[in-house]
Design a protein around this ligand. Structure first.
Ligand code: ZN
Length: 308
């Protein structure tokens, strides 16, 4: 089985500021973990810049051009209190989205069985018309719409186990029955969306978890709510918003997951992908702010992808 790993040095150059939790050190930690000999079989690919037409399936032109025009020549520019641009942010954001579209192309073409995009900035808080929560473009949604519009897949799902609700992906998907979005997340927590009552056109499943919830509540939410709905949807491609900030060590939230939970959920999502989508699964990095927990959790996730 072949797992592609997409990344790009520009994703390390995006710098939201010295004290910012979404630091280049996050991606360095993930890539360092993947330097271990057990990951030599990963096929390493350079993430291309996303094409404008791919971005424009999710974001209006005003948003795309506005973000790229706001990128400073020196120093930092804040889009909001926690979403900050540095000189490298434009290229990083284009490479992050382009990683996912290239990974989608590769799994649809059967060049790869599945893929992991080790990129930043993350994407799931980026709404069609608004960058927020460290996110500029919605990488997962852009990949989903490429799968549908460029490859003709009828049903595309995003499953999001980041500790924060992916308000941006939900906003992009909630009126479109050919797309499916499911999320486990701490609630209440930033960004404030993700109540169980938010169901889109029957294509959105939110599983809010109380602070201090751990493995058993997470797995129950997956097995009782998300996985049955995902099976009923019969996705032709499974995208994963792979944030690892629900780990018990993470400083930004209070869920209590461990590496074993990421192994477990990856196995379950791959099973769905094999039942309905010929195994096609593309995961993209979202959050995860404790460097060693992030690295170990991402490694656990990718280990399962490679064993598919
Ligand atoms: Zn998060």
């Amino acid at each position: 089985m072949t797992t592609f790993l997409y990344t790009h040095p520009a994703c390390l150059d995006h710098d939201p500021g010295r004290r910012h939790p979404e630091s280049p050190a996050r991606l360095r930690a993930v890539l360092a973990a993947l330097d271990d000999p057990e990951f030599t079989r990963l096929e390493r690919c350079e993430a291309p810049e996303a094409a404008r037409e791919d971005l424009l399936r999710v974001h209006p032109r005003r948003h795309v051009e506005g973000i790229l025009a706001a990128v400073p020549k020196t120093g930092h520019v804040g889009i909001d209190a926690d979403t900050v641009l540095s000189p490298a942010s434009g290229e990083a954001a284009l490479r992050a989205a382009g990683a996912v579209t290239a990974a989608v192309d590769a799994v649809v073409a059967k060049e790869a069985d599945n893929a992991f995009c080790a990129v930043r900035p993350p994407g799931h808080h980026a709404e069609p018309q608004r960058a927020m929560g460290f996110c500029l473009f919605n990488n997962a949604a852009i990949g989903a719409l490429r799968a549908r519009e460029a490859h003709g897949l009828g049903r595309v799902a995003v499953v999001d186990f980041d500790v924060h609700h992916g308000n941006g992906t939900q906003a992009a998907f909630e009126a479109d029955g050919g797309l499916f979005y499911a999320s486990t997340h701490q609630y209440p927590l930033y960004p404030g969306t993700g109540a169980a009552s938010e169901t889109g056109v029957g294509n959105v499943v939110n599983v809010p978890l109380r602070p201090m919830a751990g493995s058993s509540q997470f797995r129950l939410g997956m097995t009782q709510r998300i996985l049955p709905a995902l099976d009923a949807f019969r996705p032709e491609l499974v995208l994963v918003s792979a944030g690892f900030d629900a780990h018990r060590s993470d400083p930004l939230a209070q869920l209590m997951l461990e590496e074993a939970d990421y192994t477990w959920v990856t196995e379950k999502l791959l099973e769905v992908a094999y039942r309905h989508a010929a195994g096609r699964l593309v995961a993209t990095l979202e959050g995860g702010y404790d460097l060693s927990a992030l690295a170990a959790s991402a490694a656990a996730h990718i280990r399962v992808l490679m064993s598919a």
